[in-house]
Write a protein that binds this ligand. Structure first.
Ligand SMILES: [Zn+2]
Length: 121
C-alpha cells in the first residue's frame, strides 16, 4: 500500500499538548519532556524543598547514592529520573544527594552513572 499523503491538509488546529500529568505516567521514561512538564515539576521541586518530608530526608544526613554522611545543609535535591527525561517531583524519585554525586550525575551519561553506582557497592 502506498502512502500518498505527503502533504496533509493543515486545518489550522495546533498540535495537542498533553496537559494531563497522567499522559506521562504510562511510559514514565521519555526522551525529552515538554516545557510544560519541566516547568511544572521544577515548581513542585521548589515547594518540596520547604516540605517537612524533605527536611526529614535531609535530616538523616545521608547521600542517597554514595551513602556517606553529610550535614543536612550540604545535601541537595536530586531527581533519580531527571525532569528533563520525564521524571516527576515526588517521593520515590526525589532523593537527597551530596554535591559531589550531584555533579558527577549531571555530567555522566546514564550508563556511566550506572557504572559509578555499581562501583560503590
Ligand atoms: Zn554522594
Amino acid at each position: 500500500m502506498m502512502d500518498t499523503e505527503d502533504h496533509p491538509i493543515d486545518d489550522g488546529f495546533a498540535e495537542p499538548v498533553p496537559s494531563d500529568p497522567s499522559a506521562f505516567e504510562a511510559d514514565g521514561f521519555i526522551d525529552t519532556a515538554d516545557e510544560e512538564h519541566i516547568r511544572r515539576e521544577k515548581a513542585k521541586a521548589r515547594e518540596m524543598r520547604h516540605s517537612q518530608w524533605w527536611k526529614n530526608e535531609c535530616g538523616r544526613g545521608v547521600c542517597y547514592y554514595c551513602k556517606r554522611r553529610f550535614p543536612p545543609k550540604e545535601l541537595t535535591m536530586d531527581h533519580i529520573v531527571p525532569i528533563i527525561r520525564g521524571g516527576f517531583t515526588r517521593k520515590g524519585n526525589v532523593v537527597p544527594c551530596c554535591k559531589e554525586c550531584n555533579n558527577k550525575k549531571k555530567y555522566m551519561l546514564p550508563i556511566e552513572w550506572q557504572e559509578y553506582m555499581d562501583s560503590l557497592k
